[in-house]
Write a new protein. Structure first.
Length: 426
């Protein structure tokens, strides 16, 4: 049995090709079943995210991956050549190492991001529910989950934010000791604003307001977090209600000027406002930062935080790689032990079969009135001869072929101390 991983990710293929080979949750059952029916795979789990599609497989024997590429090309109606140029294939210990790196966030676009672990757990859960993940993949994925937990516990791979959205939230947490008592105004309703809103909501912000050019979109984002949406024209009416203002629009000119912020501060009785301008060009006039009760950060300020934190994660990643390397070796050793267990089980079953055959003969002889002592002697003699027969033949052939390594291995296996004869043959 061989472990194989065929994959395509953000490093090897364009988003256009990644979209064509992705799998939705709804389509996963038919895809898994199709792959098992049309290939020699015995087990399969498919991990499909915006950045990667990977097939984690147990195969009857190690191969070059052509079978998997051909299936994927046929299933997605793509040229085989396009996939061959954009995929990677790992087997055995390399496949194990890759799974551990993916689960630990070391192979992600954002180093150390934690979402991939949850996505791997979902992929394995689906495969198990559909009956395509057996003992081999169960061992692999459970090991990967355990190692990912160890990496996050023993290193700082996920401790420092490396996205602008998360960095903005982290700065807010430093300025306000308790975000649960704060109100947030988000200007814009794009992907970045949604991500910021999610981070702030997870940190317990009590109120989220969203201002956008179109009211419908403002409502759409705000409702996801139990918030309030309104248009940019209403911004001045709500600005004083916000302890935190984060802006990210595509406006070519500033949306918030110094005068509007001064008016809001008067209504707040100069209670401080924390502002983050993620937009390029800027949404908030630079002069706003001169106001005594405003803490204004730009995207450049946050990028500095992100870069420092990325360096910290890179250092942690070096430690994580060492952990992974040792756990790969541990996993492969456990697989070899399982192979030995299977061999021992087969050997035990064979000896048990020989014993049962000889016992039946002995019992028949005893029922016929034969001398019990002679019957037992014959039983022991015949059983030992049958157990020794095949090993004896193999060892004689090893001696004739000059395979001293096999003879030494047999001596170790049977715990023998053999002294060679000093007499030379005439």
């Amino acid at each position: 049995m061989a472990l194989l991983t065929l994959g395509i990710n953000h490093r090897t293929a364009s988003i256009d090709l990644r979209e064509k080979v992705s799998f939705s949750t709804e389509s996963m059952a038919s895809a898994l079943q199709s792959a098992l029916e049309k290939t020699e795979l015995t087990e399969l789990a498919i991990l499909s995210t915006c950045n990667r599609t990977e097939l984690y497989c147990a195969h009857r024997e190690a191969g070059n991956g052509d079978e998997l590429i051909n299936w994927l090309a046929e299933y997605r109606q793509l040229p085989v050549a396009d996939l061959s140029q954009s995929t990677y294939l790992f087997s055995e210990n390399q496949a194990v190492r890759h799974a551990l790196r993916v689960a630990s966030g070391l192979d992600s676009m954002v180093l150390g991001e934690p979402q991939i672990l949850g996505q791997m757990k979902s992929a394995f859960s689906l495969a198990r529910n559909y009956g395509t993940a057996g003992s081999q993949l169960n061992r692999l994925f459970q090991h990967a989950f355990s190692v990912a937990k160890q990496v996050r516990t023993e290193t700082e791979i996920g401790q420092n934010p490396v996205s602008v959205a998360y960095a903005a939230t982290n700065l807010a947490k430093h300025i306000f000791t308790d975000l649960k008592k704060t109100s947030v105004l988000l200007i814009g309703a794009g992907e970045m604003v949604e991500l910021v809103a999610r981070h702030l909501s997870e940190n317990g912000v009590s109120r989220i307001m969203v201002a956008n050019r179109t009211l419908e979109r403002a409502h759409s984002v705000a409702e996801n977090f139990g918030g309030q949406g309104f248009t940019l024209e209403e911004l001045s009416y709500h600005l004083h209600e916000a302890d935190i203002v984060i802006s990210s629009t595509a406006s070519p000119v500033p949306i918030l000027g110094k005068g509007a912020v001064e008016s809001a501060l008067k209504k707040r009785k100069h209670k401080p406002i924390f502002m983050v301008d993620i937009a390029v060009p800027r949404d908030i006039e630079p002069q706003v930062g001169d106001l005594a009760d405003v803490y204004l950060y730009t995207v450049d300020d946050l990028q500095g935080v992100v870069q420092d934190n990325m360096k910290s994660r890179e250092s942690a990643a070096t430690e994580a790689e060492k952990i992974i390397e040792s756990r790969v070796a541990h996993f492969m050793a456990s697989l070899r032990e399982l192979d030995a267990v299977d061999t021992l089980r087969a050997y035990r079953q064979k000896v048990e079969g020989l014993k049962q055959d000889e016992m039946q003969k002995a019992l028949q002889q005893l029922r016929s009135g034969a001398d019990p002592e002679k019957v037992m002697a014959r039983f022991a003699h015949d059983l030992s001869n049958k157990i020794m027969h095949q090993p004896s033949q193999v060892l004689r052939k090893a001696g004739a072929d000059g395979r001293d390594d096999l003879l030494e291995w047999a001596q170790s296996l049977f715990g023998l101390s053999v002294q060679k004869s000093q007499d030379e043959p005439n």
